[in-house]
Design a protein around this ligand. Structure first.
Ligand code: FNR
Length: 390
């Protein structure tokens, strides 16, 4: 905040990326190539789930306190025995070269500047190794789209581990692509296939298996065929079973977090199967139209399993107040998706960093106005649910 005010009010230098959460999407629409922007914006069906996510946040109101000491403020949290300076993480977002040439490397560096853990998507356009080299020593997690092939799964997990990714986020709501009109109407899906994938194409197991099935061809020689083979492996088209989780436990000895949980029953099953955490998420409304808003289901999931595993959430976080509400309702941390890649699309690494810095400054201020000094003090007593609010 201080930087924005010093540069703007005092020196007449306005921010490149808007500080207004209601303007960010429109600024990105104007700044970005249409295919990239449409891919970020896209929700499933009529985007009712995206609306539900926002409405859920709007219905909770903060009750501020005054005349309480609120400095210094500490935004740190502990997840899986590891202390992190801030309670937000970068959500795994694939194919970032569609948005800006700085792609995942740029976003990882932006995250590193602010000590925000970066989650690398399986379908990224920068490899495990490139991201690790670009942001050494910064906190990094890996998100798995779970290949049908166990050997390939093991190879990806090994590379993640070898390169310093400390936690595994397994996305379970995207075993196949959803009905997303923005992609289908603009032929964005074939475009994506044509782009190919960095982690897959650089993987030794993937390369060997692709050579076997294509009579010695390399992914680079047969881009479309290799992309189809990779996508066929990473989005196997059928959901796995709870029993299969032991395959992942066999190949990963760090924390395992299931992403895409919306039901209390599934949260309980995750705990029963020895998972370390869950992300209450509807994939930013991109998978199922008409799904429940994540904040609407978060409190009951926290009630059911909050003492057994680490509950985190995402989908629809746009402001510091949103982060505060999710944490007060029991999330241990939140992931932020679209706002950061809109920032990336507008102004590369700096744009992503501006969005993240803005969110953290906004959260810090909102904590101060709410009368809390650290994240551990947040609980539901600072909130009231107003059902009729818009
Ligand atoms: C995603 N998301 C996602 N999730 C995941 O597990 N792996 C991935 O590769 C991607 N890719 C991806 C691309 C784009 C363009 C978007 C917008 C989202 C989902 C993401 O991790 C997260 O769940 C949502 O983005 C959170 O919702 P908000 O913050 O975008 O509303």
């Amino acid at each position: 905040l201080r930087t924005v005010i010093q540069k703007g009010l005092l020196a007449g230098e306005l921010p490149v990326v808007t500080t207004d959460p209601n303007q960010l999407q429109e600024q990105a629409r104007k700044a970005m190539p249409k295919a990239g922007f449409d891919y970020i914006l896209g929700g499933a069906g009529e985007a009712a789930t995206m609306d539900a996510n926002r409405l859920a946040f709007r219905q909770w109101k903060i009750i501020p306190r005054v005349l309480k000491p609120t400095t210094p403020r500490d935004l740190s949290v502990t997840l899986f025995g590891q202390k992190y300076d801030v309670p937000i993480l970068m959500a795994p977002i694939g194919v970032q070269s569609l948005f800006h040439q700085d792609k995942e490397i740029g976003v990882a560096q932006a995250c590193a500047e602010l000590r925000v853990p970066f989650t690398l998507s399986t379908v990224s356009q920068s490899t495990f190794e490139e991201v690790a080299a670009a942001a050494p020593g910064s906190p990094k997690w890996f998100q798995l789209y779970w290949p049908s092939d166990e050997e390939l799964t093991a190879s990806l997990l090994k590379r993640a581990k070898d390169n310093g990714y400390t936690a595994l986020v397994v996305t379970l709501d995207t075993w196949t692509l959803a009905w997303r009109p923005t992609d289908l109407d603009t032929a964005n899906v074939p475009f994506l296939v044509g782009v190919g994938d960095a982690n897959g194409f650089s993987d030794p197991v993937f390369r060997r298996k692709f050579a076997e099935m294509s009579d010695g061809g390399t992914p680079e020689d047969n881009l479309v065929q290799a992309a189809m083979y990779w996508i066929g492996n990473t989005f196997p088209g059928v959901s796995r079973s709870w029993e299969d989780l032991k395959i992942l436990k066999k190949h990963w000895d760090g924390p395992i977090i299931l992403k895409g949980i919306l039901s209390v029953e599934d949260a309980i099953l995750a705990a029963e199967h020895g998972m370390d955490g869950i992300v209450v998420s509807n994939h930013g409304g991109r998978q199922i139209d008409g799904a429940i808003g994540t904040l609407d289901v978060l409190p009951e999931i926290v009630d059911a399993v909050g003492s057994k595993l680490t509950v985190m959430m995402d989908s629809g976080i746009r402001t510091g107040a949103d982060i505060l509400k999710a944490l007060a309702l029991g999330a241990k941390a939140v992931f932020v998706g679209r706002p950061v890649v809109y920032g990336l699309g507008i102004n590369g690494k700096e744009g992503a960093e501006a969005v993240l810095a803005g969110l953290l400054a906004d959260l810090d201020l909102t904590m101060g106005f709410t009368g809390v000094q650290n994240i551990g003090e947040l609980n539901q007593s600072i909130l009231r649910k107003i059902q009729h609010a818009g």
